[in-house]
Write a protein that binds this ligand. Structure first.
Ligand code: 2YG
Ligand code: MG
Length: 268
């Protein structure tokens, strides 16, 4: 799992509106609508506006990422939540959040990023939420995934969660995963995936889902005007030249879609 940098989160806090504009152009959905469409179909009214949400910095392991909790709060405020970063980190921060009647508490250590609903005790994990959000974005951008060829890169926690959702939506999933054990594990649980080489996958698939921590191995010559890439993987597999060709069809940012889906899911 990639550990975000201060630059990653600061860049997102600064260009959240720009990212959402591009997302809306390609999918017809803003962050709120995208999140809603992952929790229920047709969307139920989830009371995001005015919801009291606390982000608690966690100092364990490699410690606090400067700007991480601020970025989570920036995303939550972006769709109207009454969100704040607690003054204290760790357990004191969780206590502070409860004392201030937070409805939802966001916190992350080096291993997990979760949202806790203080009312019903629901705990939402970022990995499946991020997978859901990005598969939904790819589906909206492609006008449906049924019997479409989709190239899935990586079968880590987000990639595996995405594989299940892509198959469930009727996509024909081709997968590139160099780790044989991970590949076999996914096939053993009955996921209908077709292992391919990167070259074979790129030759056949216009729809690409990058859930890898590897950077810059897909270049401009590998993509076209009909390629759409959902890229929760940090950093992106696409070179700067490829990203220029794709423009907003390169759906990529470090936290916004994950946090939006986590929040909607925590409140449903
Ligand atoms: O509270 C803090 O500032 C730190 N304890 C946060 C540590 C987060 C580590 N995890 C990551 O950087 C990412 N895996 C978070 C999820 C990003 C993908 N959607
Ligand atoms: Mg990547």
């Amino acid at each position: 799992m990639t550990r975000l940098t201060t630059d990653d989160v600061k860049a997102l806090s600064d260009r959240l509106g720009e990212f959402e504009a591009g997302l809306r152009d390609i999918t017809g959905l803003g962050l709120r609508e995208l999140a809603m469409s992952t929790v229920a179909h047709p969307p139920v009214c989830v009371p995001l506006y005015g919801a009291r949400v606390a982000a608690v910095p966690v100092t364990s392991g490699e410690g606090v990422i400067d700007g991480f909790s601020d970025c989570v709060v920036a995303i939550l405020r972006h769709f109207g939540c009454d969100a704040w970063v607690t003054a204290q980190p760790d357990v004191r921060g969780i206590q502070e959040a409860y004392d201030a009647a937070a409805e939802v508490v966001f916190l992350a250590d080096d291993h997990r990023f979760i949202a806790l609903n203080t009312g019903n005790g629901r705990c939402v994990d970022d990995d499946p939420a991020t997978a859901d959000g990005y598969v939904t974005a790819l589906e909206a951008a492609a006008g449906g995934l049924f019997s479409r060829d989709v190239l899935l890169l990586g079968l880590g926690p987000v990639g595996r969660a995405a594989a299940r959702r892509l198959v469930r939506r009727g996509a024909k999933v081709e997968v590139v995963e160099p780790d044989q054990a991970r590949l076999q594990a996914a096939l053993d649980i009955g996921l209908k995936l077709r292992p391919v080489t990167l070259a074979e996958g790129l030759a056949r698939c216009e729809l690409i889902f990058d859930a890898t921590p590897s950077a810059g191995f897909i270049d401009a010559g590998d993509v076209s005007s009909s390629t759409v890439a959902a890229v929760p993987g940090m950093p992106s597999a696409f070179t700067a030249a490829a990203q220029d060709v794709l423009g907003a069809r390169h759906i990529h940012e470090p936290l916004a879609i994950g946090v939006a889906v986590m929040m909607a899911r925590a409140l449903v």
